[in-house]
Design a protein. Structure first.
Length: 392
């Protein structure tokens, strides 16, 4: 597969056919999730997690073990040389001499790009701050394809913290690229940010409808009309019956600038039995997990609650991804992949003002800026946030 030796830093690093190939391969890997193969025997995966993780880390580690490969990991990054002030650039350059692939999670936006720029071994982004989480998207798309039957034309509602939720950002890009219909429901202040919406529109012509509450969705005449167009009799009277999947996310407490702002946003939405009454008998309720209180425990036994199955798909999907990446040697440099690398450099000098950009902490990183097109904002190459006042 063409993914051999490549970084996966963003969903933009994968072509449509590569995503399909990973999903097809995951179907085959599903047979091996209880056993052990020798597909990656002799290979080592390093798990470099600077942020808490249960599913992503353990499913990556399980995937590599099932493939017959080995895993090295820092149980707690604060017990590594990071505590002595080692930079990210140095850490990845050391770790790559111990491993064939580096899976990395970090609280700062653009950290995976920075890591990949220094490492010759392929780097997989397992979540970089509020920015992206591309491997979660692979398993989310896989869940939709497997359980709903298709991604194309599906109606998917993204509910929750769409400002800070990296899983929701990457999933929105994945859905838009496979021509799903995306509707956003986010409490006030946690709406999807302009740069994400702009990218959805520029890249895929996708302009999601935006709501602040589920009640607004239930009362929306256009969605009701679209629901009525679907064939089944029971979809005619409820706007929520339009949706094939509801993708719920938690409020990302750790990314809020203040405890006060978090208190205001938390507990402002929940999917419970009352919501399940509004959707169809085959609508999927998805969630990247962990949940806090936005998914009622009362719906767990309903077959529509897909989130535990979704988390389980993380193993075959990550087995497929690791296999594809380790299937060859050498990391091609050039036009492909990370969108920032494909965009022309912007004529702007200064530093990125985003306090959560990796360049704010890793100050040796050379500031770089790109622009999608003339008249478009200048973006930081690492965190992809627009640079305020770059044009005046
Ligand atoms: C997500 C993450 O870390 O972004 N979790 C996960 O990887 N399954 C979602 C979240 O933490 O809310």
């Amino acid at each position: 597969m063409a993914l051999a030796g490549r970084d996966v830093l963003s969903v933009f690093d994968l072509s449509d056919s590569e995503i399909r190939e990973v999903m097809d391969l995951a179907d085959q890997m599903a047979r091996h999730v209880r056993g052990k193969t020798d597909i990656c025997s002799g290979k080592v995966m390093a798990a470099l997690f600077y942020e808490p993780s249960t599913r992503t880390r353990l499913s990556f580690e399980s995937a590599m073990q099932r493939l017959g490969g080995d895993v090295i990991t820092c149980a707690d990054i604060s017990s590594s040389s990071v505590a002595k002030g080692e930079t990210l650039a140095d850490t990845v350059r050391i770790v790559e001499s111990y491993a064939d692939v580096i899976v990395m999670r970090h609280p700062l936006e653009g950290s995976a790009v920075l890591g990949a720029d220094y490492a010759r071994a392929p780097v997989v982004n397992a979540g970089d701050g509020a920015h992206e989480h591309p491997t979660q998207t692979l398993l989310d798309l896989y869940t939709l394809r497997k359980e709903h039957g298709s991604i194309e034309g599906a109606w998917v509602m993204l509910v929750g913290d769409l400002k800070y939720g990296r899983a929701a950002h990457s999933f929105a890009y994945g859905l838009a690229r496979f021509k799903a219909n995306v509707v956003c429901v986010a409490p006030q202040g946690l709406e999807m940010e302009r740069q994400t919406l702009r990218r959805l529109e520029r890249q895929y012509g996708c302009k999601p409808r935006q709501f602040n509450t589920l009640e607004q969705v239930m009362k929306d005449d256009d969605l009701l009309a679209a629901a009525a167009d679907k064939s089944a009799e029971d979809t005619k009277t409820r706007a929520m019956a339009l949706f094939d999947a509801i993708y719920v996310t938690r409020v990302q407490k750790e990314r809020f600038p203040s405890a006060e702002a978090f208190e205001k946003a938390k507990s402002s939405y929940a999917v419970d039995l009352r919501v399940l009454k509004e959707v169809r008998a085959d609508t999927l309720v998805m969630h990247p997990l962990p949940r806090v209180d936005e998914l009622d425990y009362g719906i767990d036994t309903d077959l529509r609650a897909a989130y535990f199955r979704q988390a389980a798909y993380g193993v075959p999907v990550r087995m497929a991804l690791i296999t594809a990446i380790l299937g060859g040697a050498g990391k091609p440099v050039g036009e492909e992949g990370w969108l920032g690398r494909q965009l022309p450099a912007a004529d702007w000098s200064g530093r990125c003002a985003n306090p959560n950009c990796v360049t704010a902490k890793e100050t040796y990183a050379e500031p770089r800026f790109v622009r999608e097109a003339d008249g478009e904002p200048v973006l930081c190459y690492y965190c992809e946030r627009p640079v305020e006042n770059a044009d005046g």
